[in-house]
Write a protein that binds this ligand. Structure first.
Ligand code: GLY
Length: 262
């Protein structure tokens, strides 16, 4: 099954205090009415891609919890519950564990820290970013879990500089086609891909999310949109301005999966 084939998604409703969450941006406080409108549009886009969307309620104790992708990594039937590097986000995983309680779970613990924003499934490999939120112990635990599940899987570590998460820096638009933020710094060589560095004006909206036969992109980014149209007939542009204020985007607002027999 191709790496971007999914049947289901899990999202978590943003809370009114989302602006109290963590951010490296200086783009102002999110407008909560607009947050809810944009989140609804995002969920609708996932449905247009053919996914059944399950929604968890928010919890004001965790203003970053709508960025649900950081709490788990799912590969086919393997569910790995992470341990976010950000201390304020660690409690978010309890609700995710509960949501997947009927499945066997791998759980990071101890000094193993990892956030899903640092994990990029590409067509021919998995990249795990070593960032301020993901350490080598967490990355190694995930690599071992992935390769225990699928021994043929290539898993590479990518040092992340200049951006928050690996997927803030790069996403894969199509097999062998990487979109890169101009701020991203690494010594990993992307020799398996053509790399397009997007203009600085589009750096907050450069994340792309391929799902089935479509790709989700942030609205208002003409260079990214032009590239996306080269590879997809269905390019879904979602307004994401309020999530960009909190370092968020189309990748981190959902967990996507396709469990066998589901
Ligand atoms: N606001 C998302 C994060 O910093 O984790």
């Amino acid at each position: 099954m191709p790496y971007n084939t999914f049947t289901h998604a899990l999202v978590r409703v943003p809370t009114v205090n989302m602006g109290d969450g963590m951010t490296t941006q200086q783009l102002g406080v999110p407008d909560f009415d607009l947050v809810l409108t944009q989140h609804a549009a995002y969920c609708e886009a996932l449905r247009w891609c053919g996914l059944k969307v399950a929604t968890l309620s928010g919890d004001e104790a965790y203003p970053d919890a709508c960025f649900v992708e950081d709490t788990a990594v799912i590969y086919h039937d393997l569910v790995v519950i992470t341990q976010p590097g950000a201390r304020s986000r660690r409690g978010e995983t309890t609700a995710i564990q509960q949501a997947f309680k009927h499945r066997p779970l791998v759980q990071l613990h101890g000094d193993e820290y990892l956030e899903g924003g640092d994990v990029l499934f590409c067509a021919d490999r998995v990249l795990i970013g070593l960032s301020e939120r993901t350490n080598r112990q967490g990355a190694t635990r995930l690599k071992n879990a992935l390769q225990d599940y699928d021994a043929a899987l290539q898993v590479d570590f990518v040092p992340v500089g200049g951006v928050l998460h690996l997927k803030t820096g790069i996403t894969e638009l199509a097999p062998g086609v990487i979109i890169q933020s101009p701020d991203f710094v690494t010594d990993y060589t992307f020799d398996f891909a053509d790399v397009y560095v997007i203009p600085a004006a589009e750096k907050n909206g450069g994340h792309v999310l391929p799902i089935n036969d479509a790709v989700l992109i942030h609205a208002g980014n003409p260079r990214v949109r032009d590239l996306a149209h080269r590879y997809y007939l269905r390019v879904l542009e979602i307004p994401m301005s309020e999530f960009e204020k909190m370092d968020g985007g189309v990748t981190c607002l959902s967990l996507r999966y396709a469990f066998s027999g589901a």
